[in-house]
Design a protein. Sequence first.
Length: 174
Amino acid sequence: MGEAEAKPFLDAGEGHLRAGDFAAALRAFREAVAAAPDSALARSKLGVALAQQGQLDAAITEFSRAVALQPSYAPAYSNLGNAYREKGMTAEAVAAYERAVALDPDYWIAHQNLGALYKQIGRVGDAVEHFKKATRLSMRQPTSGEASTRRRLGCLPGLIAAAVVVVVLVAVLM
């Protein structure tokens, strides 16, 4: 089976994530992985659901599998950085976020995540640089290209993240 067979489970899982039903999302994404075990997208989404449930070690395993399956998949690196950051693994988080922005310089969520971590570790100048990039990029209209959209699927929720960019940038600059 492939990603096409996993799509109904991926869509259901996304709906559950938006509704805040993380247990149902976890079940749906496990079904997606069962349907498409070699899908980086399914692995990354499973990692998101695991992280939302506080299962950070299992989430790190899934994000790591996602990047092993698709080494150019920036959202999985950004998500991996989030899990590392939650565990207090700062050096690993920085490396994961830096890899995400290197792979996809227009991926504003990764710039935001890297900026937040840089601020946390006292690299304020670097933080401001990444917050500015994140803000500028988040204000752009999305491209209509399938490739641009596909590589960003599987991200941790981004609507709240957009608001955080503005709030954190203001806090850093004050």
